[in-house]
Ligand binder design. Structure first.
Ligand code: FE
Length: 338
């Protein structure tokens, strides 16, 4: 038996996600008052927020912009040496943008683009979060007290990006960043890749790539925040509806990842998932689970079928070049997002 390549453990986890919003005040209201995230810093057009269980100072950067979508996606490296190694490998692959002095609370970072054009960065140095007195928890191992405000999400979980060429981006994430491939959806020919779910941690997936049915580049499908149980997801549905927020899908259960989900649009138009119940993966020799079109079905294990908007809408929104309805197979593929 041929030896498997030595795994790369240079990326520790998803650090933070920058969301762009044309309605910064309303988006801040959504994440602060409805989801219960805590604003910790402001700079220029950006507000930095955190979940009460996040160890990092900030995990969401909300930036006022002309359009919506995803800004910079930040990954924390496992060590200073790991940061240098990954930066070199990415630079050698021709995807590098360059070094910067680092964002709020962090040391220098190396910016780059994935093959689809999404902007990412890796960093290592991070300021330890120290809760101000009003947020101090009596629980010694909790970085900030549980405020119970709104949904009160615990932490960031993952994000799902659209890509014109899923395979190229999956190879980038597994080969260059060292992520483990967890699940995939392929056409019945077994070759064409529709979606791939990957992670650098035991969390089922922290990054997903799914085919962009409008053949655009650099788009966001959704950003996902974790709550501890299904009841919290149901409670989130009540809170969002009471505040006039559109719920697009759920609460229901995915088959891929087994996650229990709820999708809404924050006021800036970005799709946000409230998520719980998925499983952890600790096996170093995990064999990726591959689903074909038929097995995937509607993308839900149980619960209502995902609406067409789930397939056709992403941020920033673009007009489709496709004439007529989308092929059924692509609808099924996108419906498999989790
Ligand atoms: Fe998701």
């Amino acid at each position: 038996m041929a030896a498997a390549p030595e795994p790369i453990h240079d990326i520790a986890h998803l650090g933070s996600v920058e969301l762009l919003t044309p309605k910064p005040e309303q988006s801040l209201w959504y994440f602060r008052d409805l989801l219960g995230m805590e604003p910790v810093h402001e700079s220029g057009a950006s507000v930095y927020l955190r979940g009460y269980g996040d160890y990092a100072t900030s995990t969401l950067k909300l930036t006022g912009a002309k359009t919506n979508g995803v800004g910079c996606i930040s990954w924390r490296a496992a060590s200073p040496q790991a940061l240098e190694r990954r930066a070199k490998a990415i630079e050698d692959a021709g995807l590098g943008i360059g070094w910067s002095n680092g964002d709020y609370g962090r040391g220098r970072s190396y910016r780059f683009r994935d093959p689809d054009g999404h902007v990412m960065e890796i960093y290592y140095e991070e300021q330890k979060f120290v809760a101000p007195p009003e947020l101090h928890s009596t629980l010694k191992n909790l970085p900030q007290k549980y405020t119970g405000r709104g949904v009160c999400v615990r932490r960031v979980d993952h994000l799902a990006l659209l890509a014109k060429d899923v395979e190229a981006n999956r190879k980038f994430a597994t080969g260059l960043l060292g992520f483990q491939l967890r699940e995939q959806v392929r056409y019945d020919d077994g070759k064409t890749e529709i979606g791939s779910w990957m992670s650098p941690t035991a969390i089922h997936h922290q990054l997903a790539y799914v085919v962009d049915v409008k053949a655009a580049h650099g788009r966001l499908h959704h950003f996902s925040l974790w709550v501890d149980n299904r009841d919290d997801v149901l409670r989130a549905a009540d809170i969002l509806i009471e505040n006039g927020i559109f719920i697009e899908a759920g609460p229901s259960k995915h088959n891929n990842s087994q996650g229990f989900y709820l999708y809404s649009y924050e006021p800036g138009g970005n799709r946000v998932e409230i998520y719980s119940g998925s499983f952890l993966v600790t096996a170093p020799d995990w064999e990726p689970v591959t689903w074909d079109e038929k097995e995937r079905g509607t993308g839900t294990y149980w619960g209502a079928t995902l609406p067409d908007s789930f397939i056709e809408y992403a941020t920033p929104d673009v007009q489709t070049d496709t004439k007529g309805p989308l092929p059924e197979v692509l609808k099924e593929a996108i419906a498999s997002l989790s």
